[in-house]
Design a protein around this ligand. Sequence first.
Ligand SMILES: *Cc1c(COP(=O)(O)O)cnc(C)c1O
Length: 228
Amino acid sequence: MQTDIDQNIKNIQSKINLACEAIGKNSNEITLIAVSKKKDHSMIESAIENGIYNFGENYAQELQDKVSKINFNNVIWHFIGPIQSNKVKIIANCANWVHTLYREKIIRKLNAECEEIQKTINACIQINISSESTKSGCSPDELIDIAKLMKSMKNINLKGIMALPKLTENKIEQKEMMDSILKCSVDLQDYFPEAKSISLGTTSDFENAIINGSTMVRVGESIFGKRA
Ligand SMILES: *Cc1c(COP(=O)(O)O)cnc(C)c1O
């Protein structure tokens, strides 16, 4: 399990396939993002050899470091961590996607940095679905205003929403959170039909997330092994 990246990826892909079958979706509609934070770039290379091209990183410096070391074309980098203002430039330079946008100041700054290098970045709005004070993201009430702001930014391509729901064993609570995320997505698509992406699901809940409408799952430990 720890280092058998090849087998781990196959396992995850077959679980994704099963979850898709259960809801009559084609598994190529799901993007598997391998979350490589705190893992060496050699592990990313192993995942690439096994057909993974989407990677998620949480720390700007680490992202920059890995982007400079990985020399494969077609790799798509997703920034999925909290964004500090002084790291926006690095993120603009290195990431293809940002999943954790919601603060106006950061949105404006990211747009300006992308404009500077004539690049368009794909973005999801992070929603704090369980209104936990420890988690980042906007409230569902703020979603549409933030979406409108992002749509007005020429170098940001609004793709959808992202959430990191509270971990719970309570199935009813899980279902309620997934339903509220789906509702946010439906509301957003009323305004911006093209913003269909739902970035939801980690090692602990990706199958359930897919069954509930997720289009992008962010899986770390069950691909690369436990993090220190
Ligand atoms: C670390 C992280 C993940 C991956 O979690 P695992 O439990 O390792 O699958 C997914 N999303 C975010 C935002 C993360 O920070």
